[in-house]
Ligand binder design. Structure first.
Ligand code: NAP
Length: 348
């Protein structure tokens, strides 16, 4: 793909594990500068001018950033979500975008299912009940949870992670699964173990029938604000909403309204429109919200596997080879951070 001089200028814009950094340093001239750290922003901006390759995550690479990177040939994102990158600008410049599909699928599905369990069985609330010294007698109905097994799960998105969540639900917990995506999945070939257990369902129908709705689809112009007042209004009284995708898929004011005045039982959120979640956000302390700090893929094993794949992608691209995982920037997802949003979403 990219093959003129052997040693290239590489900008690492989010810390890499030492072994992966060493792989890059062995072959290229590497600068490390995380623009999310105010004291490193100047070094980031300075390195952009000569960078031929970039690797990192969690920072919006938009037209303004690209304008400062005239020599850039490849970006290797340590994430599967590509919503931090202005794809049309990358396509126009012929900049290759690599990403990390697959290696985080099972871990992210674990996180999403953990939120299903935590919200239904009120795990965080009840653990705090013990921790704070309130367990002085057997709990009564006011602290009872809601069964997970047998409930109907509605998945918004049924790709790698959606199907992995569906397996946990259908095969482990006997849950009927409804899913919504633009194209039905051929289960016979793509996921035979889910044949007869997961059903492609129109969006509104899914919202009306699912007991637990979980979002696992990319943020794009089509999905930004997907869950608003109308959509939460369609959900069953007493249903649960889980967001394991990207915060901006949800209109957070509408979610709060559904929790406070609608019939939503609880929400489990790994992602937020602005991250880190602002101190003043009502979602931070809401008694029926389980909020996580964007940990979908955050295990030692998986974060290392992501860094390794992203490093391999970058080395391959810089060597003029086809990387293992290239995102098709001409495919039409057109992400841009929300207006006024300082930071992009964190890795995942
Ligand atoms: P994937 O394999 O590409 O699956 C995406 C799914 O979303 C597909 O089923 C796709 O089907 C569907 N989809 C896309 N656009 C849609 C639309 N406009 N309406 C309805 N369905 C749509 O991706 P993945 O690996 O499962 O990852 C999914 C997303 O999870 C990522 O993009 C990322 O944002 C998020 N994620 C979050 C974390 C975290 O830390 N919380 C970690 C990893 C990933 P169709 O194309 O047929 O519509």
């Amino acid at each position: 793909m990219v093959n003129d001089s052997p040693r290239k200028k590489v900008l690492v814009f989010r810390e890499l594990p030492p072994d992966q950094l060493a792989r890059l340093q062995a072959q290229h001239d590497v600068s490390v500068a995380n623009p999310r750290e105010p004291e490193q922003l100047a070094a980031f901006n300075a390195a952009l001018g000569s960078a031929q390759g970039m690797i990192g995550a969690s920072y919006p690479i938009n037209e303004a950033v690209l304008a400062c990177a005239p020599r850039l040939q490849v970006i290797s994102s340590v994430s599967v979500g590509v919503d931090n990158y202005t794809l049309s600008a990358l396509a126009a410049r012929g900049i290759v975008l690599c990403y990390t599909p697959g290696v985080l699928t099972e871990t992210t599905a674990d996180t999403i299912f953990a939120l299903v369990m935590a919200t239904s069985r009120r795990l965080v609330e009840l653990a705090n009940h013990v921790r704070e010294g309130h367990w002085s007698r057997n709990i009564g109905e006011e602290l009872f949870g809601w069964d997970v097994h047998g409930k109907t799960l509605g998945l918004l998105g049924f790709g790698r992670i959606g199907q992995a969540v569906a397996r946990r639900a259908a095969l482990g917990f006997g849950m009927p699964v409804l899913y919504h995506s633009r194209h039905p999945v051929n289960l016979a070939t793509a996921a035979p173990d889910l044949l007869g257990k997961a059903v492609h369902t129109p969006f509104d129908d899914l919202l009306q029938r699912a007991d637990i709705v979980a979002a696992v689809l990319p943020l794009s112009n089509e999905t930004r604000g997907l869950m608003g007042p109308r959509e939460f209004g369609l959900m069953k009284a007493g249903a649960i909403f889980i967001n394991g995708a990207r915060g901006a898929i949800v209109q957070e004011a509408a979610l709060l309204q559904a929790l406070n005045q609608g019939g939503l039982r609880a929400a489990g959120l790994d992602v937020f429109a602005t991250e880190p979640l602002p101190m003043g956000s009502p979602l931070r302390r809401h008694p029926r919200v389980t909020a996580l700090p964007h940990i979908g893929s955050a295990t030692f094993e998986t974060r290392h596997a992501m860094a390794e794949l992203a490093t391999t992608n970058l080395l391959q691209a810089l060597a003029g080879e086809r990387p293992l995982a290239v995102f098709d920037t001409s495919a039409g997802l057109s992400p841009a951070p929300l207006a006024g949003q300082r930071d992009g979403p964190v890795t995942g």
